[in-house]
Write a protein that binds this ligand. Sequence first.
Ligand SMILES: Nc1ncnc2c1ncn2[C@@H]1O[C@H](COP(=O)(O)OP(=O)(O)OP(=O)(O)O)[C@@H](O)[C@H]1O
Ligand SMILES: [Mg+2]
Length: 413
Amino acid sequence: VPQRDNVVTSSRTGVATVTAGSAVGIVGGGQLARMTLQAADALGLEVTVLAEHPTDSAAASAARLLIGTPTTPEAMIQLADQCGVVTFDHEQVDLGILEDLERRGHLVRPGSRTLQIAVDKAAMRQRFAEAGIAVPRFAPLGQGGTDSERALAGIATFADEHGWPVVLKAVRGGYDGKGVWPVADRRAAERVCRNAHQHGTALLVEEAVEITAELAVLVARRPDGRRVAWPVVRTVQQVGICREVLLPAGLPPDVESAATALALEVADEIDSVGVLAVELFWAGDRVLVNEVAARPHNSGHWTIDGATTSQFENHLRAVLDLPLGDPSATAAAVASVNVLGGPEGLDPRDLLAGALDVPGAHVHLYGKAARPGRKLGHVTVCGDDLDDVRGRAWDAAIALGTPAITTEGDQRS
Ligand SMILES: Nc1ncnc2c1ncn2[C@@H]1O[C@H](COP(=O)(O)OP(=O)(O)OP(=O)(O)O)[C@@H](O)[C@H]1O
Ligand SMILES: [Mg+2]
């Protein structure tokens, strides 16, 4: 493991540390932590990042860095001991460890009870349905979720009632569409069940929603329940991965207000603290909650350049129980396009000149190793006209090696 000169590794735990006494601890060293650090810098806040690897996106920019695994108590205790509040860049956490930290009096925000819902798609669907929040029709496959025969029986019963196709999902651990499998028939479901069984993955079955558009609403919420919501954005996914985020979302006013109301309701229901990203499906006359992430989110990267207060700054404000900033957009139109690794594995840092030549392009690269399909950065353009800013954001993203969006449907297997 390469050693940074400002890092000391404990020989007992393998956990490394730099400086004690920082205010905020972030679990995870991905790009979300990296962009949170940028916001913390402006406010003069001290942040310690717990990264799994020294090569993680945020490790290079963290003045205070711990190297350790967030699912080990040693690493989490070490982080909590030197921070006033612990928050998150990702959801690969051990809820038992978090509950333990809370019992010892550490501030964990969002708390374990919020994360319990956010990290488990079955628990999420169940809880929201019970609270009367609209979600896709679903059935938990329960204990049978890891038993391929019983899972298949549960899927067949669900499909008898609601019809094929259905969507199967890993209850935990999915991201960027990994862990989401649309299946057309019993045979396809069988394949997914067998695979899931081999990997010990619990599944959930739900209706294949005929989506008019996918939306996202971000809410920043303080411990006492005061909260703000950013404007509704439209997100465009291809094979489960977010390709672009657009504002305005171009919605009928009733759909727009329903989306915002749902997101606020969800935030209150699970008592979220910090940023909560609520992903929604607009499907004809229904607005449904797809899933939530209890942290800053890809659908809110536009707020760095296009809102009065960014999601990263408001996340810090919220977890520190400070006044929240104005979430409104600073331009009539904002487009954010994700920079994805292309098939040749070119490093977007080597292609900066082309992107920086695009007028108004705000380029954000995460310092990650280039691999095909991996999120390596994003580009935001703000202006008066959505077609114009969207075109420029794509020009810059493509100059950075991002593959163009294709129309070949959403075929996953
Ligand atoms: N029930 C459904 N019907 C139709 N499409 C769906 C359904 N569930 C998911 N999808 C599609 O798959 C995408 C990914 O699904 P989901 O958000 O549940 O998974 P994820 O991998 O956790 O995503 P993320 O990258 O946001 O973490 C959705 O954005 C949507 O495009
Ligand atoms: Mg999602």
